[in-house]
Design a protein around this ligand. Structure first.
Ligand SMILES: Nc1ncnc2c1ncn2[C@@H]1O[C@H](COP(=O)(O)OP(=O)(O)OP(=O)(O)O)[C@@H](O)[C@H]1O
Ligand SMILES: [Mg+2]
Length: 391
């Protein structure tokens, strides 16, 4: 069909034509947004899942919902190695400035801006000319301990938002890249805001190891957060993800063809988009049958190999590549770290730093003590294909 009209959207965070199988989560997020804005205590949402399962898409969706529900929003991605104070400073500043334009909130928002000014000098954050003219607020957010200071700031933003009859939705992607102290400070600040019933809604997303990281940073994280696993879709949702966008373009697809796509993609959202994209370009007429799916499969795989999988492998050093190759050579995960070490002819303890480095790059994670698995679905098959082609 006409590639210009291709409805599918393989890509990082790109909204799918049909957001399949996430209805409950979206309803729950709507409920949480309503409750938080109305001063009712609510657990913050934390979405944990492998690569390409739709976490970023959901955060974007929550942002839209938050805006519709009278929130000011900040959606940020925690980059590798950037401190949380630098990440949040411009966001908090923007929210407070917006609030400061509201008549009866000016005082509270300006207090917030002054505290933010203190915060910026305490944490050596570069500020613009406008802020230099703002008087600091001594004694607030300037102790130099992020855990206290971020809490002070959140309380001020929460109070100003409450006075404005608004809320602040803070949405952070890739939370697993935050350093432990930063994560602890974030959790403390959210905890305080929750206790005071202030209208700050938080949703985070990250790789599965995040639940443990948060628990290690603060033991009460488990009670503060509502952890949701974002994984492969159920078979019928996966079929919908394909069928509905095609139907909207007046294209039918046979049941056996759909079943085959569900099987080949293992119902992973990113792969469904990639397959859908190729199927559309290949199809000549409705209904789409098994033959089109069989022709689309190798094209989808080759695009994944050259993009989605490749970019992730490129982030590893040669020694790290050897490690993940040894994992893949063992078949399907999860893998025992001991077995990987045996395969490499090394002691497990000697490999611990290498393993830790690959984990910190977000490539592998430990689902259980002593186990290791890929954060990218079907990465084992990619490495096996790669291995075969270079042999
Ligand atoms: N519920 C869904 N139904 C169909 N397609 C989806 C769904 N959710 C996400 N997708 C598609 O999957 C792809 C990946 O989505 P997204 O980037 O949000 O994943 P992610 O979990 O954030 O991945 P990463 O961990 O790599 O950042 C996108 O192409 C998106 O359109
Ligand atoms: Mg993402």
């Amino acid at each position: 069909m006409d590639p210009r009209k291709n409805p599918f959207s393989p890509g990082a965070g790109s909204r799918p034509p049909e957001l399949a199988g996430r209805e409950q989560l979206i309803t729950d997020a709507e409920t949480a947004l309503f409750r938080v804005k109305n001063g009712r205590s609510t657990q913050a949402l934390f979405m944990l899942g492998l690569r390409g399962t739709g976490k970023t898409v959901l955060l974007n969706e929550f942002e839209t919902l938050a805006l519709e529900n009278g929130y000011l929003t900040s959606l940020v991605e925690a980059p590798d190695r950037k401190p949380l104070c630098e990440l949040l400073y411009p966001q908090i500043r923007q929210v407070l400035r917006k609030l400061s334009h509201i008549e009866n909130v000016r005082q509270a928002a300006n207090d917030g801006l002054r505290a933010l000014r203190s915060f910026a000098s305490t944490f050596n954050i570069k500020i613009g000319d406008v802020e230099i003219g703002v008087d600091p607020l001594p004694g607030t957010a300037d102790s130099g301990d992020l855990e206290f200071d971020l809490r002070d700031l959140f309380l001020l933003v929460g109070e100003a938002s409450r006075q404005a009859g608004k809320g602040w939705a803070l949405l952070i992607d890739e939370v697993q890249y935050l350093k432990k102290d930063d994560l602890a400070a974030l959790i403390t600040a959210l905890h305080k805001v929750n206790q005071r019933s202030l209208p700050i809604f938080f949703a985070g997303a990250g790789l599965p190891q995040l639940a443990k990281l948060a628990g290690d940073a603060k033991s009460y994280a488990e009670r503060l957060f509502d952890y949701r696993e974002i994984g492969a879709l159920g078979a019928s949702a996966a079929a919908d993800a394909l069928r509905t966008p095609l139907a909207a373009e007046k294209m039918q697809v046979t049941d056996d063809a759909l079943a085959r796509v569900v099987l080949d993609t293992k119902s992973y959202p990113f792969f469904l988009q990639e397959w859908g994209y190729q199927i559309w370009n290949i199809a000549q007429a409705s209904p789409i049958g098994l033959a089109e799916i069989e022709a689309a499969g190798p094209k989808a795989i080759s695009r994944l190999d050259g993009g989605f999988f490749r970019v992730r492998l490129d982030r590893l050093t040669d020694a790290e590549v050897k490690y993940v190759q040894a994992m893949a050579a063992l078949g399907r995960g999860p893998y025992k770290s001991n077995e990987v070490a045996k395969r490499l002819g090394k002691e497990p303890s000697g490999l611990a730093p290498r393993r830790a480095s690959i984990i910190s790059k977000g490539m592998i994670y430990s689902p259980n003590h002593g186990d290791i698995d890929f954060t990218v679905p079907m990465f084992d098959e990619f490495l096996q294909r790669k291995g075969n082609s270079t042999q």
